[in-house]
Design a protein. Structure first.
Length: 410
């Protein structure tokens, strides 16, 4: 992720430093960065709840390395453990009963790496292959290859993986970048699965079942938008795997910030309270708010894409959402745009001052690009405006490309 972030950040002087409370004013020629999945759009929801989520931490509090010395994950705050299990019960998106281990990490990014370590073995003659079905989240190859580990190695697209022996497959569902609901594709003996369910929350997709897998990853970043707290969690069935993950985190960061854990526990608790509130003055809960916002954005995006005719978007089937008790349309965190003419989609949008993350980073062709649906309103609206304007230029670019090809052959 970091490399992708840096590429995106250096490609443009982005107008939105994500830590700011009020968005910088956008001028008609400012470059907008839609390459990052920075979930800043939930800011206004949390502004309204400021007091209920505010925490004061005295200087003498939270000083020890230890949170719960008796727990296998000794750095997990009991408050967060409780809030995570409760939220999954309330939403119905995963089994997180007491027989499962919760391992907290500095974002699910750290947990992914902890899992690569935990699921591999130093006794194997060669590094275990790590695969994901393309298009896959662009950070998986980077994180797997970064340290050139002798334990594991990136082996690319799961659809074309045909090597015998043990392997790890990452199943991301709904998928980043294309929002698809996924299952494992290799399905061979010796396979170990990591389910990355970062987006399996009601604002992005209907909640159709309680996920019950050996290893599941979730992240506070995409569940609530608090990416800056850097909290992720794994739900793990096997004690040995959980123990190895804890060892990895112990060696890489001796635990996880307690301030962040308590903040996450508080916010997750407020969400659960609101979801369970059935009183007459009940307010829109976080997931209802998120779903309303996301589906409005998707409706607008589809309208613009249909009107300009240059791009297409995937279609997603409606499904019954156990959380909301009605049929809902998926509204993924990313738009997966395809150029109908087979043009380089990322380049085309860059010409209109929109920075995106091109298909090749996700293991597919450049006629695809990913746009974030999680930006602040002002930026999203400007994006739609610019996208609408591309209509007229598409033909010019087609001609340019053809000319370019002709010139090449001369
Ligand atoms: C599928 C997926 N997994 C994991 C992450 C990383 O999450 P975190 O912020 O918890 O490190 C992201 C972030 O974009 C993601 O899209």
């Amino acid at each position: 992720m970091v490399v992708g972030f840096e590429k995106a950040a250096s490609a443009t002087k982005s107008v939105m430093p994500s830590g700011k409370k009020t968005p910088a004013t956008l001028s008609s020629d400012s470059v907008i960065n839609f390459a990052r999945g920075d979930p800043t759009m939930y800011h206004s929801y949390w502004s309204k709840l400021e007091d209920r989520c505010t925490m004061v931490i005295p200087g003498n509090d939270l000083m020890s390395y230890f949170s719960d010395a008796g727990n296998l994950c000794w750095f997990l705050m009991p408050e967060l453990d409780h809030a995570i299990r409760r939220l999954h019960r309330v939403v119905g998106n995963a089994v997180a009963d007491d027989d499962r281990f919760i391992v907290v990490g500095t974002g699910s990014t750290q947990l992914f790496q902890a899992l690569l370590y935990a699921l591999s073995s130093p006794d194997e003659p060669e590094p275990i292959s790590v695969v994901a079905a393309a298009p896959f989240y662009s950070s998986y190859p980077e994180e797997t290859e970064f340290l050139r580990s002798g334990l594991y190695k990136w082996a690319g697209d799961a659809y074309s993986f045909d090597k015998d022996g043990p392997y790890i497959e990452v199943v991301t569902s709904p998928n980043n970048p294309d929002g698809a609901i996924r299952e494992a594709v290799v399905n061979r003996e010796g396979g170990k699965l990591i389910y990355d369910l970062a987006y399996y929350w009601p604002q992005y997709t209907p909640i159709t079942h309680r996920a019950d897998y050996d290893v599941i990853l979730f992240t506070f970043s995409k569940a609530t938008g608090h990416a800056g707290s850097r909290i992720g969690w794994a739900i793990v069935k096997n004690k040995e795997v959980a123990t190895k993950m804890v060892k990895f985190i112990e060696l890489s960061s001796i635990g996880v910030s307690k301030e962040s854990q308590l903040r996450a526990a508080k916010i997750l608790g407020v969400i659960s309270d609101d979801c369970q509130d059935s009183g007459p003055n009940k307010e829109e809960n976080f997931f209802e708010y998120g779903y309303r916002l996301m589906s409005e954005r998707w409706e607008k995006l589809r309208e613009v894409v249909e009107r300009n005719g240059v791009f297409s978007l995937p279609k997603y089937p409606q499904d019954y959402c156990n959380f909301s008790g009605k049929y809902t349309d998926p509204s993924p965190a990313f738009g997966w745009l395809r150029s109908k003419e087979g043009l380089n989609c990322d380049n085309l949008l860059r010409e209109h001052n929109i920075v995106t993350r091109g298909g090749t980073t996700f293991g597919v062709g450049s006629k695809y690009t990913r746009i974030s649906m999680l930006s602040p309103d002002e930026e999203f609206n400007l994006f739609l405006e610019r996208l609408s304007a591309i209509k007229g230029t598409a033909k010019e670019i087609v001609i340019d490309d053809r000319l370019r090809e002709k010139l090449k052959s001369l």
